[in-house]
Design a protein around this ligand. Structure first.
Ligand SMILES: *[C@@H]1O[C@H](CO)[C@@H](O)[C@H](O)[C@H]1NC(C)=O
Ligand SMILES: *[C@@H]1O[C@H](CO)[C@@H](O)[C@H](O)[C@H]1NC(C)=O
Length: 492
């Protein structure tokens, strides 16, 4: 019985195996044939030998070899935006070019940045200029455009048309057109970082407002101020180019180039995407307060460099910007980023603006006050007081004892052994006498800041860095570490 059962089982098993084998054989033949046929299809594609991912192609599922290949673009692995994808269009005037070009030489990266300077007339070029600066072009004639603004100038029309004129150059692999003035300083790595957040295949108009509420009311809160610079994605620039000249004729009474761009953007229905790292700097005086409490976003641009005071004391405007180049090259993501901490033993508040300045205050100032810009600057509309700023500000100092001790950047290096940057800040101006009976920050001559690079700083949700003291026996020196906040660490 047992045997019978086994035989039966055996019989069943072997007969099933025969059936399976037969099926498998035909299946194998079919699969071989399928792969053989697919060979013709797949081999007709020119695939590079090594790809980071075996990215999907439709070929394995295509039924007939005549199915058209999908467009190349969709098959490419996603490529992050880099500096080569940006084309700058810089509006310049021939009269001021000999001074303004010095600002541009500070940030322009020959053979890396792409773009043109658009002038109204030919200028005399000095030897060496062409290797340090972009191609100079003369804007096309705009005399046929109507103008009705009181100044009767066509300058604004010429500058606003730079976008269209740049599109017409037909440059390849462009994702963004970035406009700026000849007195705009760009931190190109941070510009790239900001633009990486957006899909360049969509319509984007990115920049920000003026620091003057009245300017924003007069022009528009929907407008990217041209001097601070703004970015227009490729397809939007193409759409603008197709309609800009007709559009411009509808706004003869507008004043500048950026309000004309905004008028056409409004017709296209594209709102301003605000990025607060662009700085129009519609202010007078000292921008220290704005730079020492920079918003938690990458520093992208600075404008009106001829209007505001040099950003470092005891330097001319170009030399002052030159000082920023060192820390900018070391750690552009960290440049101007604020961190706030306290020396509780001495009852001092410390505010670091990395790569620029460190301040010591007598007494404890809360984080919500320290992150407000101090009013070291005046409103563009000079009669306006602090209510004329579209953001919160605080007085610079009410009492001589509360005047901060400002330590400005002296030098910054990269320490390869510790794998961190070391930047040193020194006191350059004496503070007024103070009668308060508490430790005097005058005893500190130099502040040394250690900071690790954080290449993912802007890939995370925005958060201010933390700063903390490192004990030191060096007299007259304060040592501070700046970095990502640890668990349960905050400015208290
Ligand atoms: C920028 O990205 C492109 C791909 O779109 C790549 O070919 C090029 O090498 C990159 N350039 C730089 C400077 O990284
Ligand atoms: C830029 O490239 C050109 C040609 O490749 C080269 O001759 C020149 O030295 C480069 N300039 C700089 C500043 O690297």
């Amino acid at each position: 019985m047992n045997n019978n059962l086994k035989d039966h089982e055996h019989y069943f098993h072997s007969s099933w195996t025969i059936a399976k084998l037969t099926t498998s054989f035909f299946l194998l033949v079919s699969i071989c044939y399928l792969f053989y046929s697919l060979g013709f299809i797949t081999h007709s594609y020119d695939c590079p030998p090594k790809k980071p991912y075996p990215h999907p192609t439709t070929t394995h599922f295509s039924i007939t070899p005549t199915t058209p290949a999908p467009p190349q673009e969709t098959q490419k692995p996603f490529e992050k935006t880099n500096i080569s994808h940006i084309v700058f269009g810089i509006g310049a005037s021939s009269k001021l070019w000999s001074q303004r070009k010095e600002y541009m030489k500070l940030w322009w990266r020959p053979n890396e940045t792409r773009g043109n300077v658009w002038l109204d007339e030919e200028v005399r070029s000095e030897p060496g200029d062409e290797t340090l600066l972009p191609t100079l072009r003369i804007s096309s004639d705009v005399s046929m455009f109507k103008v009705k603004n009181p100044r009767g100038e066509r300058l604004g029309i010429r500058i606003s048309r730079i976008v269209s004129e740049t599109v017409r150059l037909g440059m390849e692999n462009v994702r963004w057109f970035v406009m700026g003035d000849d007195d705009t300083f760009f931190v190109t790595e941070n510009l790239v970082k900001v633009l990486q957040k957006y899909d360049h295949n969509q319509f984007y108009y990115i920049g920000t407002n003026s620091e003057s509420h009245l300017q924003n009311i007069h022009f528009s809160y929907n407008m990217a101020y041209g001097g601070g610079g703004f970015a227009i994605s490729y397809p939007l620039a193409v759409a603008l180019e197709r309609m800009q000249d007709q559009c411009l004729q509808r706004y003869p009474a507008l004043f500048g180039s950026d309000d004309r761009i905004q008028a056409c953007m409004a017709e296209l229905g594209v709102p301003l995407t605000r990025e607060n790292g662009f700085h129009q700097f519609d202010v007078y005086g000292n921008v220290f307060g704005l730079l020492a409490a920079h918003p938690t976003t990458p520093l992208v641009s600075m404008h009106h460099l001829d209007v505001v005071e040099p950003i470092f004391p005891n330097a001319n405007r170009v030399e002052a910007l030159q000082k920023l180049i060192g820390p900018m090259r070391l750690d552009s993501y960290g440049l101007m980023q604020q961190s706030i901490c306290y020396d509780k033993a001495r009852f001092w508040t410390i505010s670091v603006s990395w790569g620029y300045a460190v301040q010591i205050f007598r007494g404890i100032f809360l984080a919500r006050d320290m992150e407000m810009p101090a009013r070291t600057f005046l409103n563009w509309i000079r009669r306006a007081d602090y209510t004329g700023f579209p953001f919160n500000t605080r007085p610079f100092s009410r009492n001589v004892c509360q005047k901060p001790f400002v330590f400005y950047l002296d030098n910054a290096i990269y320490d390869g052994v510790a794998d961190e940057t070391v930047s040193e800040y020194i006191l350059v101006q004496p503070n007024p006498d103070c009668k308060w009976k508490m430790p005097d920050p005058t005893q500190i001559r130099m502040i040394r800041v250690h900071k690790k690079l954080d290449s993912h700083l802007w890939d995370k949700s925005p958060r201010r860095n933390c700063c903390r003291f490192q004990p030191t026996k060096e007299e007259g020196t304060m040592v501070i570490e700046v970095g990502e906040c640890r668990k349960d660490e905050y400015a208290d």
